[in-house]
Design a protein around this ligand. Structure first.
Ligand SMILES: Nc1ncnc2c1ncn2[C@@H]1O[C@H](COP(=O)(O)OP(=O)(O)OP(=O)(O)O)[C@@H](O)[C@H]1O
Ligand code: NI
Length: 351
């Protein structure tokens, strides 16, 4: 393992859920890498496989019904798909931390913040009670919690959503991970708290040299924090590249449609049509029936092979990406969107 190897290399990863309605291959042969110290964002509409991709790294999903059915996940030279549950648990406790969308459910309501933080610290370090308490205070201060030592005695319900998420970030950092996997960590919070937490994550990343795999619906957030972007659709990668390349020269019509939804909305939504049935995905390009540019070839065979585009690691899976980058695609997409009924997302919990 050399320093230039990626910290995390995901190759041809396939994860399926066996349900009463059939097998859902939620992630269907995806490739991406995360290098040391960088932030990679997974983006795509709801149901595209972002969470399952994240959960597949250390196999956090329930098994069964979930199962990795193919591919490899190499973290720091270790093949995680070959690890036992105990080995994976160790990796989660020591090298790879997770932060989830909803801080309400992630803290135990019956224990104090201090107790839960000390548990997280005890998992990986052999410290005296006093030293663990000092470490807990230090972590809370680092994540910007005022009056940290008093806060140790607080119960989760006494904290706002934003403060809870800070506590969870502190717990995630307790093991000094190399990789932080954050699945929509700010989505449930109000805009101001969201901005503060993103700033915090960026600072911590520099301070701790953390690599981050970050999931979000919000391309505004991506523009702020990503080094590289992976665009997922119906369990497949459609495009990947640096944030500059993907935003400045998006090549896949799906990426372009996502970007079209950006102004003033702060979240995705509004692409006409919906994701295909996950138990019976279409052949060819999975976006073909929603793509204003699709031709017959797009609906047959396998997913189009990835083509390199000018720009570091910029690649796209589209038969017609060159022609598709003409502005007519955007015009067509926005015209048809203006005819589509308004999508109501709703349900976002506020801080
Ligand atoms: N436990 C499960 N059992 C069956 N299907 C599942 C399970 N978990 C996820 N899926 C399916 O896998 C697909 C991808 O889901 P996933 O949660 O990864 O999407 P997502 O991109 O994270 O969406 P969102 O933005 O809404 O969080 C969906 O079709 C979903 O229904
Ligand atoms: Ni998700």
């Amino acid at each position: 393992m050399s320093q230039t190897d990626p910290l995390l290399a995901v190759e041809s990863l396939q994860t399926a859920f066996h349900t009463d309605d059939g097998t859902v291959t939620a992630v269907d042969g995806i490739d991406f890498t995360v290098r040391r110290g960088e932030t990679v964002c997974l983006v795509g509409e709801s149901g595209s496989g972002k969470t399952v991709a994240c959960e597949s790294i250390t196999q956090l999903f329930k098994r069964p019904p979930g199962e990795i059915t193919g591919g490899s996940v190499v973290f720091d030279g270790i093949e995680l798909t070959d690890c036992t549950e105990d080995e994976l648990a160790d990796i989660r406790g020591e090298n790879i931390s997770h932060v989830f969308q909803n801080p309400q459910n992630a803290l135990n309501p019956v224990y104090t913040i201090g107790w839960q933080l000390r548990e997280a610290i005890d998992l990986h370090r052999d410290l005296s009670r006093t030293a663990a308490r000092a470490e807990a205070v230090d972590l809370l201060e680092r994540v910007g919690i005022p009056d940290a030592s008093e806060r140790l005695e607080a119960y989760p319900h006494e904290l706002s959503g934003g403060m809870k998420q800070r506590v969870l970030i502190a717990m995630a950092l307790a093991c000094e991970p190399d990789l932080l996997i954050a699945d929509e960590p700010t989505t449930a919070l109000d805009v101001t708290t969201q901005a503060q937490l993103l700033e915090l994550l960026r600072e911590l990343q520099t301070e701790f040299g953390l690599a981050m795999l970050f999931v979000t619906h919000d391309l505004g957030v991506v523009a702020e924090i990503a080094d590289r972007v992976v665009v997922l659709y119906a369990g497949k990668v459609m495009e990947r590249g640096t944030v500059y390349d993907v935003f400045d020269t998006p090549c896949h019509p799906y990426t372009r449609a996502l970007l079209e939804c950006l102004p003033g909305r702060g979240s995705l939504g509004g692409i006409p049509g919906s994701l295909p049935n996950p138990t019976a995905p279409p052949s060819g390009c999975r976006f073909h029936d929603r793509c204003p540019y699709a031709v017959d070839d797009c609906s047959t065979g396998d997913q189009p092979a990835f083509e390199s585009v000018v720009g570091e690691d910029h690649a796209v899976s589209c038969l017609h990406y060159q022609t598709a980058t003409k502005p007519t695609v955007l015009e067509t997409a926005s015209e048809s969107r203006s005819r589509a009924p308004e999508r109501t997302d709703g349900g976002d919990e506020r801080d």
